[in-house]
Design a protein around this ligand. Structure first.
Ligand code: DQA
Length: 143
């Protein structure tokens, strides 16, 4: 089974961007770690990143045909995008939301997530290990 791992704006700069908040590892490192965990569960992953809201929506639509589950770090779109929420509501499998940082101890505007209205589970503050834990949970849910 295939799991989409979708990443929103500025996460292409992971490792370089505010490392005191997001750490020094890159999205390529996230992909390597997730692929290893997925392998333990006989899952495949497809990790994608875009700075464009419409692209993320199109990938969620693709996931309807292609993927058993979606792991998504919508980044700043978490806090703004009804459109991404609506897209996720068209997807029937499990959705796990990941935030590298502990958004609830940051600025108040990061405390609300539109995506959480749909997410079956939420990781926040586990660093990039949050992605691995999300994939592990997908293994349970899709196994
Ligand atoms: C983030 C938290 C968001 O508030 C922020 O806009 C991001 C990354 C996280 O992974 O901690 O870009 O989703």
């Amino acid at each position: 089974k295939l799991v989409y791992i979708l990443n929103g704006p500025n996460l292409n700069l992971l490792g370089k961007r505010q490392p005191e908040i997001y750490g020094h590892e890159t999205l390529a490192d996230v992909e390597t770690r997730c692929r290893a965990v997925a392998g333990e569960f006989g899952l495949e992953i497809r990790l994608l990143q875009s700075n464009a809201e419409h692209q993320i929506i199109d990938w969620i639509h693709d996931a309807r045909e292609q993927a058993g589950g979606i792991v998504i770090n919508p980044a700043a779109f978490t806090h703004t995008s009804v459109a991404i929420l609506d897209a996720l509501n068209t997807f029937e499998g499990p959705v796990i939301e990941v935030h590298i940082s502990q958004v609830h101890k940051r600025e108040p505007f990061r405390h609300h997530s539109y995506v959480s209205h749909r997410s079956d589970a939420v990781m926040a503050g586990f660093g990039i290990e949050g992605y691995e834990l999300a994939v592990r949970r997908m293994g349970t849910l899709l196994g």
